[in-house]
Design a protein around this ligand. Structure first.
Ligand code: PLP
Length: 410
């Protein structure tokens, strides 16, 4: 029986539990095959997730877009296009990336762009790239109508949507709950009036985080009476992300039945835009121990930095699962090479006598880690590797270089 290691002293605020952490084929991956730090993503695991999402899409009769904010390893853009209907973007840059790398061989994939606050100078290009442009408030939509009208007059074809806030909180941690009090994300649904839907083809809501189906059902039950009077004026509804659809215990049949029912009752096209579910348990972050000392407990410096490479560890906070962590024995506190006192990953059982040069790997790091890396303290970015666990084919996709640090500064 593994003994739980308590969160370290700095982790006193409300913290998240990660529900993924299945090593899958990584249980047999030799950590010595890559320089460190390195993200290694298993294409087979990504395809397994995509196949599940495509199956849900087909049986529910909906569309599924991949949220680039969670996982933008664009070398897999063609693979994603084989399965899904397109991507959702958080603004101009992700919309561009979607168009350039995720369009599929016929360049016919959809791009839905939602941004809490657009800039006038970005909108013409966003109109050219996007199939759906989703606004955060009727006020913003109204202000930018002339730009939208000009884009249409120039031949651009896109739908305009409005993100609503269902005002129904299901989040376990306020930081990740768009329905927290005074939230800036989405127009409060209790303020929605018919005139706000002038020029609007769809409603969008996103209020879940790593959740199973029942929170979605409860959200829908509270939201539906407020928006159903508008169904006959709309073309589509977008149910956002936060659905942990590819997790083994997710109630997928219930989700499929629910989406079919909503589609029949509303007569609208339905969208889901999961991010995390696309890359769940599909990648690891490999690192190396650089030094070990004792300060009341074994303390090790690693070339993985929480603040630079896995900022959610500090932000959420959460304790990432470690590949092959031992069940018993003394724990070693692991932290990054940066100057930040709080650059602590957590306390892990990595053996009774941890040594410099020892390799370690954290599980489930493909999503929301690679997209959030930074070079604070000049800490190198992890290189990125694509592994096909079926063929045991390992390819370097990007190697970290000094230039990446320098060109972001001046
Ligand atoms: C608007 C929107 N759509 C989709 C997502 C993807 O969510 P997840 O990665 O939790 O599935 C997010 C995440 O924050 C989001 O804000």
């Amino acid at each position: 029986m593994a003994h739980e290691i308590p969160a370290f002293a700095g982790m006193t605020e409300e913290s998240m539990e990660t529900r993924a952490g299945d090593p899958g084929a990584f249980a047999h991956f030799d950590l010595g095959r890559v320089p460190t730090p390195a993200f290694v993503v298993d294409e087979v695991a990504v395809r397994r997730n995509l196949a599940i999402l495509a199956d849900v899409r087909d049986r529910a009769g909906i569309k599924v877009l991949a949220a680039l904010k969670a996982f933008s390893m664009w070398s897999l853009g063609g693979v994603m296009a084989e399965y899904l209907d397109g991507v959702c973007a958080s603004g101009l840059y992700e919309a561009r990336l979607g168009k350039e790398e995720y369009g599929g061989p016929n360049a016919d994939k959809e791009i839905a762009t939602y941004c809490a606050g657009y800039k006038a100078e970005d909108l013409p290009e966003i109109c050219a790239l996007s199939d759906h442009i989703i606004f955060n408030s009727p006020g913003q939509h109204e202000r930018f109508r002339p730009i939208l009208d000009a884009a249409r007059a120039a031949g651009r074809r896109f739908d305009v949507g409005l993100r609503i806030n269902p005002l129904h909180a299901e989040g376990e941690v306020a930081k990740y709950d768009p329905c927290q009090p005074h939230s800036r994300l989405g127009f409060p649904v209790n303020q929605l009036r018919p005139e706000h839907l002038d020029g609007i083809s769809g409603l969008h809501f996103h209020s879940l985080c790593e959740q199973d189906f029942p929170p979605l059902r409860r959200t829908w039950n509270s939201l539906e009476p407020l928006i159903s009077p508008y169904f006959n004026r709309l073309k589509w509804l977008n149910f956002g992300g936060g659905h942990h659809i590819t997790r083994a215990d997710y109630q997928r049949e219930a989700l499929i039945a629910h989406m079919r029912e909503v589609r029949e009752v509303s007569g609208l096209d339905l969208y889901l835009e999961p991010g995390e579910a696309v890359a769940l348990d599909a990648g690891i972050l490999v690192g190396e121990i650089l030094d070990v000392m004792d300060n009341g407990m074994p303390v090790a410096i690693t070339d993985i930095s929480a603040t630079c490479h896995m900022p959610d560890v500090i932000e959420a906070p959460y304790r990432p699962a470690m590949l092959g962590e031992e069940n018993d024995g003394p724990a070693t506190r692991l932290g990054g090479p940066s100057c930040l006192a709080g650059d602590i990953i957590g306390d892990y059982r990595i053996g009774p006598d941890p040594q410099p040069g020892q390799r370690i790997a954290f599980l489930d790091q493909a999503h929301y880690s690679m997209v959030k890396t930074n070079t604070f303290n000049g800490v190198p970015l992890p290189s990125i590797w694509l592994w096909n666990s079926d063929r045991d084919d390992l390819r370097a996709i990007r190697c970290s270089e000094y230039d990446e640090f320098k060109r972001r500064l001046s």
